[in-house]
Design a protein around this ligand. Structure first.
Ligand code: HPA
Ligand code: ZN
Length: 324
């Protein structure tokens, strides 16, 4: 089964590029860019990766992102991730980035998007990995900052397919971003949002109703509301689930308690993704293996995650047909 999972073609739909910053690159960039970080060794960095909830992770995640300064840094970060994709047989990936995490520190929006995009193009031509880019608004920041970010994206709309919503879920309801999502849709962006990771099932309802999203990031708390689960099935609304992330951030105590396989068997379009693999201890193959070890599946079920991800992806109909 390990070999089957290793060689299974995979599609990733929930991946924060800043969350692929491995300690080695973090230390190298800190040195190259003269940035002070509170770690002196790779072991010290890894020791800090003990999280008790989403916020305790986000604090470390934003601190790590401070070492990214130049376009070349964003390029190297993205390229390193694409090499991991190649190793895991990821054939298509849809990547989030958090522009406000960088523009807030005085880094130019163009620097961020151009560095990431250059690596994605190289990934397509040299590795045969197709990709899309999704710009997330940080939900702990205000609406005005999100609108400013949307304006900055205007010159790069050819490189960005969708907008999303991430960071602190509790206390930052979807309603805060209703207008900015409305404007983004008007400009032609597709929409996704993190919802029902730490927050209740009602956050998923709100994201669907107020933000008009076409797929939900995480969404595992949907099982608290059976009617919502039935809606996800009947309307084929996909969930981009991140199993190792959910364990690391204590959304579920143990993988054996995770609901992803139960949701798959109920007919929900669930997918497996790595979220922030440098922080959560595994890329795509590791996530598949961890789920299957705790909740054994047959090969048809495992392959269904890839079929679901193809269906849920933002690639064209003809490209979907080519992959299936
Ligand atoms: N949830 C919310 N925000 C995030 C996450 C996550 O899992 N990863 C990076 N930003
Ligand atoms: Zn996420």
């Amino acid at each position: 089964m390990k070999e089957f999972i290793q060689y299974l073609p995979k599609v990733e739909l929930h991946l924060h590029i800043e969350g692929t910053l491995e300690p080695e690159l973090m230390l190298a960039l800190a040195k190259r860019n003269n940035i002070d970080i509170p770690f002196n060794s790779i072991a010290e960095v890894r020791d800090a990766y003990n999280f008790h909830n989403l916020q305790s992770f986000l604090d470390i995640y934003f601190q790590g992102a401070d070492v990214l300064i130049k376009e070349q840094d964003f390029f190297e970060l993205t390229w390193a991730y694409l090499l991991r994709c190649q190793a895991d047989n990821v054939v298509h990936t849809e990547i989030f980035f958090d522009p406000q995490a960088h523009t807030q520190r005085g880094i130019c929006f163009d620097t961020v998007v151009n560095g990431i995009h250059r690596a994605l193009i190289k990934g397509t031509t040299e590795l045969g990995i197709s990709s899309k880019l999704i710009m997330c608004f940080l939900r702990h920041l205000d609406e005005e900052s999100a609108f400013k970010t949307l304006a900055q994206a205007q010159d790069h709309q050819d490189k960005i397919i969708a907008v999303g919503l991430d960071s602190t879920e509790l206390g930052h309801p979807a309603a805060k971003f209703e207008q900015v999502f409305k404007q983004a849709i008007k400009q032609g962006f597709l929409t996704v949002a993190h919802a029902g990771e730490e927050g209740p099932a009602s956050n998923i309802h709100e994201a669907l109703r107020l933000l008009h999203i076409t797929r939900i990031d995480h969404g595992v708390r949907c099982t608290d509301d059976e009617e919502l689960v039935q809606q996800l099935v009947s309307e084929r609304i996909p969930l981009t689930v991140c199993p190792l992330s959910n364990i690391k951030l204590k959304v579920f105590e143990r993988m054996e308690q995770h609901n992803i396989v139960a949701l798959l068997r109920k007919g929900v379009c669930v997918t497996i993704n790595s979220d922030d693999p440098a922080y959560f201890g595994g890329y795509m193959t590791d996530n598949f293996l961890a789920v299957n070890q705790a909740l054994p599946m047959n090969k048809t079920e495992i392959a269904q995650f890839t079929f679901n991800a193809i269906a849920a992806s933002f690639i064209s109909k003809s490209e979907k047909q080519r992959l299936t």
